[in-house]
Ligand binder design. Structure first.
Ligand code: FAD
Length: 524
């Protein structure tokens, strides 16, 4: 039987694995696969086994430890206090970043241990210049939803134009905002705004009271495993005997001889080289690691590659009318509302805004910024925080920064990554803030435009396009099945192959495309 390897265990790998299993194949996932720290797992289990009213303060303080804030003021997320999804490993490549905040993950499940679980399909106009149409991609979104095994909570019907994505119970602030927006839906639409409750890869409550308990810890990890992670799918497939999983394996290069592929890796557990033979390989190692594996395999030193990116910015809004009980309600703290803004004066494609409502991180972050003054003003600031909405805005890649990556010709072990800012991006963020200010009455909120902050290139985690799919493969372009011309049976399945990065949360589209490639490719 042919040997099918998938490199990685993140969202793209999980999606490709389930497509291959559906074809009757039994792929092997070759993965660095760092597991979570035992201490973090202990904290998670303690919280899951104890009712939230009896959670210990010192346990909560331990998981709320924060890293330094990024350029847009947001600290990097951790998983129950652990940074294992971002940790390096022996044999790791030496990354030399300049003005860039891109990350790579070597964790089991990759970045899906920390993601915000926001799901959104692309629209036909967002991918009008892709070599595949929305009709070709669309069925695979449904396959991805099926593998996530989400159950709805009956909180409301799916938003118009969407299929069965789960809508969780919005917070009090989100409900008030959605009511205000609903009252002005037609006027807002005329002014280019559309909106809907956020769609999240989160288990809703079911009749047995499983699923989201609205405990508010989402930004630190879910004690009940309700936020979908790629490792849920991988572990289930391993349990059923449908896939093999090889953690502790750091892939370095791939060689092709005739119809056979040789994967050279380092066995991190036994500290020795490992050689694997395969007839087909899928690479879902995340944009930076995939670039590294491919460039190293082809010995392309000193050849720059361009990674495209969807620039992210943050903008606080203050609601005019407060809602009682905001700081004490049971709620989820992921994104609550999606808003799209179509304004040709900003850019031809829509801008995506994610609205986050109250969470108990805001107060300590603001107090920390204010120093001694914050201590004196704690009470009034708490009142303001109860009316605060945080908007995370995303721009399409046409007007966003790019990131150049290159293997250092003087040291094959080093990868240079340089952010290249796009002047149009900062201007576009300001224009979006101004548009929100102009329409403050309809939003029921004033944007603090002077607080708009744009993240560094690569921040916001929506990057790709280093090996964009085209009608034909022509390095670095890949064909419709994610293949560079040099390797007939190596398929790239992560965001590397997206031709552009539309202003949407991209992982859902990456998973749909990985499923498409793994469903359609020829397995020799
Ligand atoms: C805080 C945060 C919030 C986010 N929120 C959202 C969101 O709400 N919606 C959204 O769409 N996206 C979001 N994202 C982005 C999303 O999580 C990623 O795009 C997605 O998880 C990437 O999946 P992937 O499979 O391509 O790669 P990764 O998740 O990067 O996984 C890479 C895998 O490859 C393995 N690997 C890497 N190198 C090697 C090697 N050399 N050898 C063997 N194995 C290797 C790793 O062990 C890992 O398993 C967020 C990201 C973060 C960090």
């Amino acid at each position: 039987m042919s040997r099918v390897l998938i490199i990685g265990s993140g969202l793209s790998a999980a999606s490709a694995a389930s497509a291959l299993v559906a074809r009757g194949l039994r792929p092997t996932l070759v993965d660095v696969g760092l597991p979570p720290d035992p201490e973090a797992v202990g904290l998670k289990n303690e919280l899951a086994d104890t009712p939230p009213t009896r959670w210990r303060r010192d346990s909560l303080d331990r998981i709320r430890g924060m890293d330094a804030p990024s350029a847009c003021g947001i600290p990097r997320k951790r998983w129950f206090g652990s940074d294992f999804p971002f940790r390096s490993v022996p044999r790791d490549w030496d990354l030399q970043p300049v003005d860039v905040s891109m990350v790579r993950s070597y964790a089991e499940g990759g970045l899906s241990n920390l993601w915000g679980a926001a799901l959104q399909r692309v629209t036909a106009s967002q991918i009008h210049n892709w070599p595949i149409s929305l009709e070709e991609l669309d069925p695979y979104y449904d396959h991805v939803l099926a593998l996530m095994r989400l159950n709805g909570n009956g909180a409301g019907p799916a938003a118009p134009g969407t299929k069965s994505e789960v809508i969780l119970r919005p917070s009090l602030q989100a409900r008030a905002l959605l009511n205000d927006l609903e009252r002005c839906r037609t006027d807002l639409a005329e002014r280019g705004f559309t909106f809907q409750p956020s769609q999240l890869a989160v288990q809703g409550e079911d009749h047995e009271e499983q699923g989201c308990r609205y405990c508010g810890l989402c930004l630190f990890g879910c004690p009940y495993d309700c936020i979908y992670s790629a490792s849920h799918t991988i572990r289930r497939l391993v349990r059923l005997g449908h896939v093999n999983y090889m953690p502790g394996t750091f892939v370095q290069t791939i060689e092709q001889k005739g119809g056979n592929l040789t994967v050279r890796a380092w066995n991190l557990r036994e500290n020795r080289p490992e050689i694997l033979e395969a007839s087909v390989v899928f690479i879902g190692a995340g944009v930076l690691s995939t670039a590294r594996i491919l460039l190293e395999s082809l010995r392309y030193y000193g050849k720059p590659l361009t990674i495209r990116h969807s620039d992210m910015f943050t903008l606080p809004l203050i609601r005019f009318h407060g809602v009682g009980g905001v700081s004490t309600e049971a709620l989820h703290t992921l994104c609550q509302v999606f808003i799209e803004l179509q304004d040709d004066k900003i850019c031809p494609q829509s801008v995506h805004l994610q609205v986050y409502t109250y969470n108990d991180l805001y107060l300590p972050l603001i107090l920390k910024r204010l120093g001694a003054a914050g201590f004196l003003l704690r009470h009034p600031i708490q009142k303001v925080v109860e009316r605060l909405l945080m908007v995370f805005g995303y721009l399409p890649s046409d007007i966003s920064s790019t990131v150049e990556v290159m293997l250092d010709p003087s040291s094959g072990h080093r990868m240079l990554i340089r952010g290249k800012r796009n002047v149009r991006s900062a201007t576009a963020c300001k224009k979006v803030a101004r548009r929100l200010l102009l329409d403050w009455r309809m939003l029921g909120a004033i944007p603090l435009t002077f607080q708009t902050a744009v993240d560094s290139p690569g921040g916001g985690y929506h990057s790709g396009g280093s090996f964009p799919m085209g009608k034909q493969a022509d390095f670095p372009s890949t064909d419709l099945l994610g293949r560079v011309p040099q390797f007939e049976h190596v398929h790239l399945i992560d965001a590397s192959v997206l031709p552009t990065i539309p202003a949407v949360p991209t992982a859902f589209t990456v998973m749909a495309n990985a499923h498409r490639i793994a469903s359609l490719c020829r397995v020799p």
